[in-house]
Write a protein that binds this ligand. Structure first.
Ligand SMILES: [Fe+2]
Ligand SMILES: [Fe+2]
Length: 161
């Protein structure tokens, strides 16, 4: 891993893979609730933790490098707004999954919340990968991006401590 962008691209791929894993766990839980509900809760906890850690890596390590060049840089402000939106959806999804009952009404609000979250996650990752990180590659000196990787590593260490 040479700089923070490499780390964040890798984590984006992992986030997409986790959403796919989650679909499988949901399918299993729908067909055998009692046996799989704990796996579903654990998967949601894992996703929530991994996303939150990733948001912090961006917010504490990468985004400040943009702000050093241009305070309140609008594309970064837009990403910050989406992080908060995803945090809200993740909290809601956790609440729904922790209290999930095996009936159509409960599953339909769970499914709707997850589909809102997935749509925002995929669009957000697309914007970061294809716009914001390209801007970072072109506008932020490589030493700053290496320095940001160290900050991101310490964010993760703190989160897992
Ligand atoms: Fe982000
Ligand atoms: Fe990201």
């Amino acid at each position: 891993m040479n700089d923070i962008l490499e780390l964040l691209y890798k984590e984006h791929d992992e986030h997409i893979a986790r959403l796919k894993d989650l679909e499988k766990v949901i399918e299993d839980t729908k067909s055998n609730f009692d046996e799989n509900i704990k796996n579903l809760n654990a998967k949601i906890d894992e996703i929530k933790f991994e996303y939150e850690t990733h948001f912090k890596e961006e917010e504490e390590a990468l985004f400040p490098k943009f702000f050093e060049l241009q305070p309140n840089f609008p594309p970064v402000q837009c990403m910050l707004g989406e992080h908060d939106q995803m945090r809200d959806s993740l909290n809601k999804l956790k609440l729904l999954s922790d209290n999930l009952e095996n009936n159509d009404l409960a599953w339909s609000s769970f499914d709707a919340t997850l589909s809102d979250l997935s749509a925002v996650v995929l669009a957000h990752i697309d914007k970061e990968n294809n716009i914001l990180f390209q801007m970072a590659r072109q506008g932020i000196p490589i030493e700053k991006l290496k320095e940001a990787l160290e900050t991101a590593n310490s964010v993760r260490e703190r989160a897992t401590a």
